[in-house]
Write a protein that binds this ligand. Structure first.
Ligand SMILES: NC(=O)c1ccc[n+]([C@@H]2O[C@H](COP(=O)([O-])OP(=O)(O)OC[C@H]3O[C@@H](n4cnc5c(N)ncnc54)[C@H](O)[C@@H]3O)[C@@H](O)[C@H]2O)c1
Length: 313
């Protein structure tokens, strides 16, 4: 198979690319990445001689078109995105550029090449925050995005679903819960806890830290992506979750425990505007394809913290 992986130098995309290379040595992989602040091309160093790496923007439609034609691409696996909620609240335009116009650019490529499979990686955040006790979201649940990031991701999802119906493009969408693991940008929650704790600085926690998130180790997400790529059905939405909800404060405390740092480093700060309370996904659609999470929170967190300790010390 010839794959175009967008955002392959970012957090989740780099893990997907490294694992796909190991599991499918004969596949040709083209990575297209704009190399924003969230990317590090060095993540791909171990395999860089075996892939084609192109620095560029998914919204550059002529570039995307040229790549799929030159490399006879069979499938696009799309991790390229602006992803940080706080940044989207401060400045929304880059989110619309990549998460909406970038998606439309890839749709145009698929319209011109209808055999290409477009696997678009999306997020649980498109459903918006849930109350405690509310049932987990299903692929059919209505979208209620609560911030500019999730609204831009929802827009991308809807454009893809409309293109499936209107033009008959081949597309599959995945929506996953919070990921953690090595390679995540320093600004995100778990890297921030590790960085501050190692410096002995206050660890910022929004509000009272009671919001709930369902953390999935990053390679469990990329394994689910692989299964959807190989066994999923066109036009379907696949939900991916660990079914292990935790309050943010519990997650921060667990990180401090791995580092043997005191819990009183936690410092409550003014809550994020429009902060979603809780996300929960019903992942039966993906489990039916034969996927299940492999990495426990304890094991994954240990690996994650060790990686950031090496990075930050
Ligand atoms: N991180 C999570 O917890 C999580 C959870 C569920 C879903 N997701 C989704 O997974 C995908 C990847 O998330 P991530 O956490 O790896 O993001 P990330 O911010 O770490 O990486 C994004 C990558 O996309 C690249 N990129 C950004 N704009 C681009 C553009 N216009 N053209 C080409 N490349 C561009 C960046 O350079 C970077 O390499 C996103 O769609 C996100 O919504 C993430």
């Amino acid at each position: 198979m010839n794959l175009l992986v967008t955002g392959g130098a970012g957090f989740i995309g780099s893990h997907f690319t490294l694992r796909h290379r190991a599991q499918h040595p004969k596949d040709h992989i083209v990575v297209l990445d704009k190399l924003t602040y969230a990317a590090d091309k060095a993540f791909l160093d171990p395999i860089i001689d075996t892939i084609t790496f192109v620095e560029g923007d998914i919204a550059d439609q002529p570039l995307a078109m040229r790549l799929v034609e030159e490399h006879a691409i069979d499938a696009i696996v799309d991790f390229a995105a602006e992803t940080h909620v706080d940044k989207s609240i401060r400045e929304t335009a880059p989110f619309l550029h990549t998460n909406v116009l970038g998606v439309q650019s890839l749709i145009e490529v698929c319209k011109a090449h209808p055999k290409i499979l477009y696997l678009h990686v999306s997020t649980d955040e498109v459903y918006g925050g849930l109350k405690d006790g509310a049932p987990a979201c299903t692929p059919e649940s209505p979208l209620h995005p609560g911030n500019p990031y999730s609204a831009s991701k929802a827009a991308g999802d809807l454009l893809i679903l409309a293109a499936v119906r209107t033009y008959g493009i081949r597309a599959r969408i995945t929506r996953c819960t919070n990921n953690y693991g090595p390679h995540q940008a320093d600004e995100k929650f778990i890297p921030t806890v590790v960085r501050c704790a190692l410096k002995g600085e206050p660890v910022p926690v929004y509000g009272k830290g009671k919001q709930k998130r369902d953390w999935l180790y990053v390679t469990d997400h990329t394994d689910a992506t692989e299964i959807v790529l190989h066994k999923g059905e066109d036009g379907e939405i696949y939900l991916i979750s660990a079914d292990q909800e935790r309050e943010n404060i519990e997650t921060a405390q667990a990180v401090l425990d791995v580092l043997h740092k005191p819990h009183d480093l936690l410092s409550f700060v003014e809550d994020r505007l429009g902060h979603d309370w809780r996300y929960a996904l019903d992942s039966r659609s993906t489990k039916k394809l034969g996927w299940k999470p492999q990495v426990s929170f304890e094991e994954g967190l240990k690996k994650t913290v060790e990686w950031y300790e090496k990075k930050f010390i």
